[in-house]
Structure formats: structure tokens, C-alpha cells
Design a protein around this ligand. Structure first.
Ligand code: PLP
Length: 408
């Protein structure tokens, strides 16, 4: 067992214990050759993030580069429709179009403080790749993004953006040629270049301390919600917070400062794909079991002999066979309610939000909106939905399905 950090305080749901566990989930299951690198990060991330220099630089970039604070918007039309009070946290207005940049800004500053010169990342839909390429351009650091060959074909606009920002996009040609294969390639690179390279993981997954580090950088979302709700409603606590879950980073950021307060209902929304029992799904809590994926013990979709099952969701950002350890613990302890939404329901919700509030959401985010139909609210409830990203990247999927949905 590794030596725990001194003076480390943790909360029951939002942060891991001093050994890197959320309940039974988490830890660092890594090849020996990564040990020194991950240890170096574990020993230093809180120290670095606690310095005045880091805080000043982080807050300045969040404000002037990312565009924070993002607004908390009272959605009048949706509120009327559902007979309650619905607020939207507008992460879609962040630079590069989603919450992912909050994390990459934080990690690039950590990488700088650790003296790293080279950055690697994995990406599925390309959103994390773009957010990483963006901060590398800003800081003048070399950037290599691993991406499944199949995803490179499917996500051409984001591949072009990464290249324009100066990143090198390397195709992962093994396995299913998607996100999990890209992650394997990135880990292989890190093993070979552990001296000068920092690996920017894009969600609350990976070996400890990544889940905690990413959750802390994303926690700015709930920190702002508290302040904005207080101003708009007189109370800093909502009754419900709702977010979609791929690996779980936007949900972790949205839940973070509410997780210890049991008066706030946490609602996590997974992708059911074609339906939980269809064999084409990404609803990890419903289909998964305990295992180790990408360096941490969590829930994941796997066969009886431990091979990772191929997930399916229409939204590339939710098309992941696992969830982060914080969410596995929120599920296991029943602190959060987990719902799942099909491809069809998500598409329908995306068209509905566009027409009722004038906001085209990312397909991932649309899952969180579809969940409104699965819940009942009281008139006086205060419901916050995290609008994790904008829908520009999904327009071709929306147009293809418009006819099928009778929504032309
Ligand atoms: C990547 C992405 C997600 C899923 O990732 P999490 O780590 O679960 O947040 C959700 N929404 C958008 C817009 C994304 O780009």
C-alpha cells in the first residue's frame, strides 16, 4: 500500500480517501513502468494546485480564456412545461464548446509545474482532443492525440480542428479502433516517454489521482451554480441536479459541492443506446460489474471472463464501457439516482430543447434533458441541468435523423 498524503481530508462522496478510494472503487492499477510517473503526480497535484501561483493562473485562464463564469439560465418555457423551476448551467458557452476545457486548463498548468514538455491525450469524439490541443497551443507544448481509426473517419471536423491547433493526431488501429484502443495507445506512449511527458486524461477515470484531480478542476461548475442560485432564488441549494455520464466528468463537477448535502437529489443519466437489453448500450451501472479498466477499480461492461464489451451510444462522448470510481460509489451507495436514455429519446429531447429554448445541445447533453420525462417534480422544486456542451459537432447526426423523427 502506498503511503498516504499527510493532512489529507476527504468527504464521503465527492473525494476519495487517503488511499485513493471512493468506497470500494478507485485505486491505481498500473503497470510497474508507470509507477514513478503516477506517484510523482499523486504526491504533487494537491501541493501544486494549492499554491497561490497556480490558483491565480487557473482562475485567470478560466475567466479570460474559457469565458467563466458560465451563465445559469432560468428556462422559462421548459419550466412551464414541466410545472417546476428549471435552470440550465451553460457549459455549452465555454471556449471550444463544452466543459472539457475546465480540466485541460487545470492539467496543463500541473504539467508545466512538473516541468513536462510533451503532452499526450486520448479522444473519442474529439472533444477532449480539441480541448487538449487548445491548451497546448496556448502554452507552446508539443501535443500528440491518440484517436481510434474509426473515430478519425467519423469525427472529421474535430480532427481538422486539432490539426489546425498544431496537434499530431495518431490513429489507433488495434481492436475496435475506437476510444478504448486510443486509451491503450496513449498508455503505451506514456510508458515509453515517462520522463518528459504528461498524460492529460479527459474524464474522472484512470488511476488515482486522476479521478480526484479532474473532479476538482470540474468542480468550478457546482461552485458557480451555488453562487448563482443564491442570487437568483435566495437559496444556494437546488432540489435536483441532473447531468449525463460518459466517464463522468461533467456530472462530477455538477455534483461536487452538493454531494454531501442529502437534501439535494443527484441524478446521473447514462446512455441506453438502442435499449439496455438490446446488446447495443452504454448503460454501465445497469450492465456492468466490478472490474479494473484503465487503471482503476470501478464498474465496467465485461464478459464473464473479463473481456471489455463493446458499448454503443449514438453520442460518441457517452460511448464508453465504464464509469469513474466516484460514480460507481454514488451508484452503489444509492446517493445518486441513475437513469438511462435511449438514442431515440435523446434525439427527441435535442430537437425539443432547440425549439423551446433556442439552444441546440450536444447529443451527450440531450440525454440529461430527456431524463426530465422520467422524473416528477413539485411546483416549488429547483432543478438544475448541466448543459455540458453545444450541438455544432452533432449537426450531421441531427440532420440525418430529422426526417426519421418527423422533425423537419
Ligand atoms: C465528453 C462529453 C461528455 C461525456 O464526458 P463526461 O466525462 O461524462 O462529462 C458529455 N457531454 C459533452 C458535451 C462532452 O463533450
Amino acid at each position: 500500500m502506498r503511503k498516504p498524503l499527510k493532512k489529507y481530508k476527504h468527504h464521503q462522496f465527492s473525494s476519495p480517501d487517503k488511499y485513493g478510494y471512493y468506497g470500494e472503487f478507485g485505486g491505481a492499477f498500473i503497470p510497474e513502468m508507470l509507477h514513478a510517473n503516477v506517484e510523482n503526480l499523486r504526491k504533487n497535484y494537491l501541493k501544486i494546485a494549492g499554491t497561490k501561483k497556480f490558483k491565480t493562473a487557473f482562475n485567470k485562464l478560466l475567466k479570460d480564456f474559457v469565458g467563466r463564469p458560465t451563465p445559469l439560465f432560468y428556462a422559462e418555457n421548459l419550466s412551464r412545461e414541466f410545472g417546476t423551476n428549471i435552470y440550465l448551467k451553460r457549459e455549452d458557452l465555454c471556449h471550444t464548446g463544452a466543459h472539457k476545457i475546465n480540466n485541460t486548463v487545470g492539467q496543463i498548468l500541473i504539467a508545466e509545474a512538473l516541468g513536462k514538455k510533451r503532452i499526450i491525450a486520448e479522444t473519442g469524439a474529439g472533444q477532449h482532443g480539441v480541448a487538449t490541443a487548445t491548451v497546448c497551443a496556448l502554452k507552446g507544448l508539443e501535443c500528440i492525440v491518440y484517436m481510434g481509426e474509426k473515430d478519425i473517419e467519423r469525427q472529421a471536423p474535430n480532427v481538422a480542428r486539432m490539426k489546425m491547433l498544431g496537434a499530431k493526431v495518431v490513429p489507433a488501429r488495434s481492436g475496435s479502433k475506437t476510444l478504448k484502443d486510443a486509451t491503450n495507445e496513449a498508455i503505451r506512449d506514456w510508458i515509453n516517454n515517462s520522463e518528459d511527458t504528461h498524460y492529460i486524461i479527459g474524464s474522472v477515470v484512470g488511476p488515482h489521482p486522476y479521478p480526484d484531480m479532474v473532479a476538482r478542476f470540474q468542480s468550478v461548475i457546482s461552485k458557480e451554480i451555488k453562487k448563482q442560485l443564491k442570487k437568483q432564488t435566495g437559496s444556494e441549494l437546488p432540489t435536483h441536479v441532473i447531468a449525463c455520464v460518459g466517464g463522468g466528468s461533467n456530472a462530477a463537477g455538477t455534483f461536487y459541492h452538493f454531494a454531501e448535502d442529502k437534501n439535494v437529489q443527484l441524478i446521473a443519466v447514462e446512455a441506453a443506446g438502442c435499449g439496455v437489453d438490446s446488446g447495443m448500450s452504454a448503460a454501465t451501472t445497469q450492465l456492468g460489474s466490478v472490474g479494473v479498466l484503465h487503471g482503476s477499480k470501478s464498474l465496467l461492461m465485461q464478459t464473464a471472463d473479463g473481456q471489455v464489451t463493446e458499448p454503443h451510444s449514438i453520442s460518441a462522448g457517452l460511448d464508453y464501457p465504464g464509469i469513474g470510481p466516484m460514480h460507481a460509489n454514488l451508484y452503489k451507495t444509492k446517493r445518486a439516482t441513475f437513469l438511462n436514455i435511449t438514442d431515440y429519446e435523446a434525439l427527441d429531447a435535442a430537437f425539443h430543447l432547440s425549439k423551446t429554448e433556442g439552444i441546440i445541445p450536444a447529443l451527450e447533453t440531450a440525454h440529461a434533458f430527456a431524463a426530465l420525462h422520467k422524473l416528477t417534480f413539485k411546483k416549488e422544486d429547483v432543478v438544475v441541468i448541466n448543459l455540458s456542451g453545444r450541438g455544432d459537432k452533432d449537426l450531421s447526426t441531427y440532420m440525418k435523423s430529422a426526417q426519421f423523427l418527423n422533425n423537419e
